[in-house]
Design a protein around this ligand. Structure first.
Ligand code: HSE
Length: 292
């Protein structure tokens, strides 16, 4: 039996829609696999009641199919579905690493990215690699049609998860079809600033580079209390705040010394609009880890 832990991730980071992603130190999914004549899946943990165990309908089943690696697969969810924290990507990445090792397929982590992304497509409708790439490789990742670029990073973050759901399909439905040149120029500048910030582990540059006036404003309308939570986090010292992935998770970047106050401020702000939430105080961290 093999065990793999794969982390939650946060995609987009504001200015890097469908391009940027980070691995989070916590929460994470844990998957256990054993060879079997045909694939079976059991799911426990956070939000497991919403996840189909039929391999034909589960991201992990799609990964097993793609690797021709039938297995008895047990998924313990630490990353709740429809959270904006890369729930399906965590499972897909964990399965890809586990089954690749179980059947000695010999794929590199980079080669597993498109395989895990196909698994994710089963639930989101489109194959985005911006969550599976950091779940597999760790750190900060940049995904384009030409492949993945990765750098290690350890910027402190708070990922606040409200007790509401936003489906990725709905969140993609509000993305504008076009943008003005001025907004595109601003966003490119911000994305470049953020990238430099990640390479230097500089929360001020990363926070400044998260600004985005194209996609994020439309998505914040789907999250009850977002503006209040963002303001509260900034007042408590966050260097930048944005929607995590497709939402409803909200991501704040910060210096270590402000992390606890930011987490409390975000939870309080959600509470003030009648929404319960949980804040993960963590750092940009490692990708999927295999335990033999
Ligand atoms: N980049 C994707 C989005 C991530 O924001 O829609 C969620 O799959």
């Amino acid at each position: 039996m093999l065990t793999v832990r794969a982390p939650a991730t946060s995609a987009n980071l504001g200015s890097g829609f469908d391009v940027f992603g980070i691995a989070l130190g916590t929460p994470a999914d844990v998957i256990r696999v054993e060879r079997a004549p045909e694939t079976t899946i059991t799911v426990t943990g956070a939000g497991s009641e919403y996840i189909p165990e039929d391999p034909a309908k589960n991201t992990v089943g799609a990964v097993a199919e793609a690797l021709d690696a039938p297995a008895r697969i047990r998924i313990d969810k630490g990353v709740r579905p429809s959270s904006g924290l890369g729930s399906s990507a965590a499972s897909a990445a964990a399965a890809a690493v586990a089954l690749n090792a179980l059947y000695d397929r010999g794929c590199s982590r980079e080669e597993l990215v498109p395989i895990a992304a196909e698994g994710e497509a089963l639930v989101s409708g489109e194959a985005h690699a911006d969550n599976v790439a950091p779940a597999l490789l760790g750190g900060f990742t940049v995904v384009t049609d030409d492949g993945v670029t990765q750098v290690d990073a350890s910027v402190p973050v708070v990922a606040c998860l409200p007790d509401i759901t936003v489906s990725t399909r709905d969140a993609r439905g509000v993305v504008p079809d076009s943008a003005s040149l001025a907004d595109v120029v601003d966003t490119v500048g911000n994305a470049a600033t953020l990238t430099v910030g990640m390479t230097q582990d500089d929360p001020d540059l990363v926070g400044r580079g998260m600004l985005d006036d194209i996609v994020t404003p439309e998505r914040t309308k789907l999250i009850d209390g977002y503006d209040r939570v963002r303001e509260a986090a900034l007042e408590a010292g966050a260097t930048g705040v944005t929607v995590s992935g497709a939402g409803p998770g909200v991501l704040a970047v910060c210096h270590h010394q402000n992390q606890r106050a930011i987490a409390a401020a975000m939870v309080d702000a959600f509470d003030a609009v009648g929404v319960e939430s949980r804040a993960y105080q963590t750092v940009v961290g490692e990708g999927a880890r295999l335990y033999r």
